[in-house]
Design a protein around this ligand. Structure first.
Ligand code: GTR
Length: 325
């Protein structure tokens, strides 16, 4: 206190009395497209609590949920340039910039969520994380996003043949565009926040996502046929601006990394619960869930692999993923 003027000292005291902790000196902004309470939002909030606690309040995290800072493509630019320090996004919009992210985005590359966890929690996950550095980012964690499946307002999908001619919004990635084309349907990449009204007005027939997104973005209200084809099991990524990370002391970097790792277990638990809750909610609201002939979908995906897996690094990565038991 001797180093502070009396007034500053009083202000500091008042602040610590109201927050109950020491004054956080650096507040890091994090973006998420999902609403408050969504498992990814809560995962990052938990990370923030751990960081705050373990740095004795020197760092705090503020999560801007519900796309308050913009759609994913824009917020990715913001975190790369350092306008914001943190961001939780899908890996699909990185497919054009961080080529290694193509592999987990490939249709049916993972046999199950368990297989995905084994791959992403191990050496392959580390290799994919490291690939974010040249893009100016440190990948702190991968979070669960379950499996993505198609849904539409026209009809139930029981086989690939039923996909013919339908118009689907896809996440902004060429892999997804080519996947939909390989199924005989038409893909329109568009920001997440525009999907509801695009389905409602008939610009598109449907989209593809997991149960929690189908539920919280209310797409189930306008596209009632949900077909459990589970074409991708692509995890989310939680990234930090690399310059901001490099500014941390080595001790603080270790705290951030460990907090991110600890937040994964929490997010996975929340994810499993939310998936079950969302599924019952949409069913109760009239969504019709069907399980199509999945093998037909798997067999149709060869052109996507042939087109996108030509680079030797990616070829090896695909083999490595497939070899994980
Ligand atoms: C969700 C994902 C979001 C966003 C969205 C989309 O599953 O959690 O980050 O990418 O899909 O389709 O745009």
């Amino acid at each position: 206190m001797l180093h502070f003027s009396k007034l500053a000292g009083l202000a500091l005291l008042a602040a610590s009395l109201t927050t109950g902790t020491a004054l956080a000196q650096t507040v890091l902004k994090s973006s998420d497209t999902h609403p408050d309470g969504y498992p990814t939002v809560e995962g990052v909030k938990y990370f923030g609590e751990l960081v705050k606690e373990r740095t004795a309040g020197r760092y705090a995290v503020e999560v801007y949920h519900s796309a308050q800072l913009g759609e994913e493509k824009d917020t990715i630019e913001q975190v790369r340039s350092g306008v914001i320090e943190l961001n939780r996004v899908s890996m699909a919009p990185f497919n054009g910039t961080v080529k290694e992210t193509i592999v987990p985005a490939l249709p049916y590359i993972f046999r199950s969520e368990e297989h995905m966890h084994k791959v992403m929690d191990g050496a392959i996950g580390d290799q994919i994380k490291a690939a974010f550095e040249p893009a100016g980012l440190v990948a702190l964690a991968f979070y669960d996003a379950g499996a993505r499946s198609f849904y539409n307002k026209q009809k139930p999908i029981n086989s690939v043949a039923d996909m013919k001619g339908l118009k689907f919004r896809v996440i902004q990635s060429d892999i997804f565009v080519d996947m939909v084309a390989a199924l005989g349907a038409n893909a329109t990449p568009m920001p997440y926040g525009e999907v509801y009204s695009a389905i409602e007005t008939g610009v598109i027939d449907g989209a593809e996502n997991n149960f929690p997104s189908y539920d919280t973005a209310k797409h189930f209200e306008v596209a009632k046929n949900f077909s459990l084809d589970e074409h991708t099991i692509l995890p989310e990524v939680f990234v930090m601006n690399k310059a901001a990370f490099d500014k941390l002391t080595p001790e603080d970097q270790a705290i951030f990394k460990q907090a991110a790792k600890d937040s994964v277990a929490k997010q996975r638990e929340l994810w499993a619960a939310k998936t079950a809750e969302s599924r019952s909610k949409v069913e109760a609201a009239g969504a019709k869930i069907t399980t199509p002939d999945k093998q037909g979908f798997i067999d149709a995906m060869n052109p996507v692999y042939d087109k996108h897996i030509t680079d030797p690094v990616l070829k090896k990565l695909v083999e490595d993923v497939q070899a994980v038991q």
